[in-house]
Design a protein around this ligand. Structure first.
Ligand SMILES: NC(=O)c1ccc[n+]([C@@H]2O[C@H](COP(=O)([O-])OP(=O)(O)OC[C@H]3O[C@@H](n4cnc5c(N)ncnc54)[C@H](O)[C@@H]3O)[C@@H](O)[C@H]2O)c1
Length: 338
């Protein structure tokens, strides 16, 4: 499969490397609007400079491509995705699907109208920790889940568009954790309360910290707290998680997973009369491919063999509604029903 990659700076480097590692996918061409970035990346990744174009239509006109990988900033996702889809070319786009809900819905409408695949890179789903959490919950060994707590604290200095956005944490980062909630719980958010704020020492123009309470369609409850301005004791990028289940608790901390099961309850006794097994560490699943490598192979199988894909734009619109529901709850200070 031959692909055009749009946006080769920043996160684009991760995708350049993923395609170069893949035995199934190769480059037809590239699109990059910044000539300095184009020159630097051509040298670093041995790209043919004559295959780097200034726009997607120019690239589509000049090279034969089976698909597009979009790694541009969110505000140009609509333009890139819609022109790929309207040209009949499947697209694998970075998250967030778009910079706002209106643009995201326009991409879904173009995917529906053309019948062409639009896949969204929710790479956090395809990691050993998150795959193991999903498997333990699905196995039923801890009984039904009722509530989830997710905590995320880091202090990255990115520069660029994130430091100018109104809601950098929620729209650019928490989107991964909210998408993971949908993945773990198999349900969509229906009601949200949230607050966001910017710590006094923040280097972001928008709010770098937030807290949210979320109710899901299947009745499950989630709480989320996060910050991109934390100065110490960072969590992992995957965040720390606690899932309250009927017969035990699942705990993810620093990318390690633990469970403790309830063995019995002495109905006649008062106070602490429950028996538990030992808190045990759960080994993480081995994955042949993770993150971008997984997504690229999945996209290849979908484009060339019609295989199913986990995170289509049509599914991902529910993650976008969740994210912008949290933003709306922060803006209004009230309850947002989706
Ligand atoms: N999934 C993840 O873990 C993850 C991590 C980082 C970034 N991202 C996502 O990747 C996307 C890009 O983020 P980034 O950090 O690389 O941004 P960036 O600004 O560092 O890089 C974007 C690149 O796209 C180029 N570009 C901008 N507009 C273009 C256009 N119209 N046509 C062609 N090229 C264009 C820029 O010149 C730059 O090279 C965002 O949607 C971001 O949220 C995802």
């Amino acid at each position: 499969m031959k692909v055009i990659q749009v946006g080769i700076g920043g996160m684009g480097a991760t995708w350049l490397a993923a395609v170069q590692r893949s035995p199934a996918v190769e480059f037809a061409g590239f699109v990059e609007i910044d000539d300095e970035i184009a020159r630097a990346q051509a040298a670093a990744y041995q790209l043919d400079p004559s295959l780097i174009f200034h726009s997607l239509p120019a690239a589509l006109e000049n090279v034969e491509a089976d698909a597009v990988i979009n790694v541009t900033p969110p505000e140009v996702h609509r333009e890139i995705c819609v022109s790929a889809l309207e040209a009949g070319t499947p697209v694998l786009t970075e998250k967030p699907l778009a910079g706002n809900l209106e643009d995201a819905r326009a991409i879904v409408a173009a995917a529906d109208a053309t019948g062409v695949l639009c896949s969204v890179a929710q790479n956090y789903r395809y990691r050993p920790l998150t795959q193991t959490i999903k498997r333990v919950l699905a196995s039923g060994e801890l009984g039904a889940a009722a509530a989830v707590r997710c905590e995320f604290f880091r202090g990255p200095h990115f520069g660029g568009f994130r430091e100018e956005m109104p809601q950098p944490l929620i729209v650019d980062m928490s989107i991964h954790h909210f998408d993971l909630m949908r993945f773990f719980l198999g349900s969509d958010a229906v009601a949200i309360r949230a607050r966001s704020w910017n710590p006094p020492w923040s280097w972001f123009a928008g709010d770098a910290s937030a807290a949210a309470l979320i109710e899901f369609e299947n009745g499950l409850q989630a709480s989320y707290t996060g910050s991109w301005c934390s100065q110490a004791l960072e969590t992992s990028w995957n965040a720390d998680w606690r899932v309250e289940c009927e017969r035990g608790v699942l705990l993810a901390q620093d990318d390690r997973l633990y469970a403790q099961r309830l063995l019995s309850v002495d109905e006649g006794a008062r106070g602490l009369a429950s028996a538990h097994d030992e808190k045990r560490e759960i080994p993480l699943v081995n994955m042949e491919r993770e993150g971008q490598d997984y997504l690229l192979q999945e996209f290849f199988e979908a484009v060339t063999k019609g295989a199913a894909i986990g995170t289509t734009a049509q599914d991902n619109i529910h993650t976008m509604e969740f994210v912008f529901g949290v933003v709306a709850a922060c803006d209004s200070g009230g309850l947002i029903n989706l």
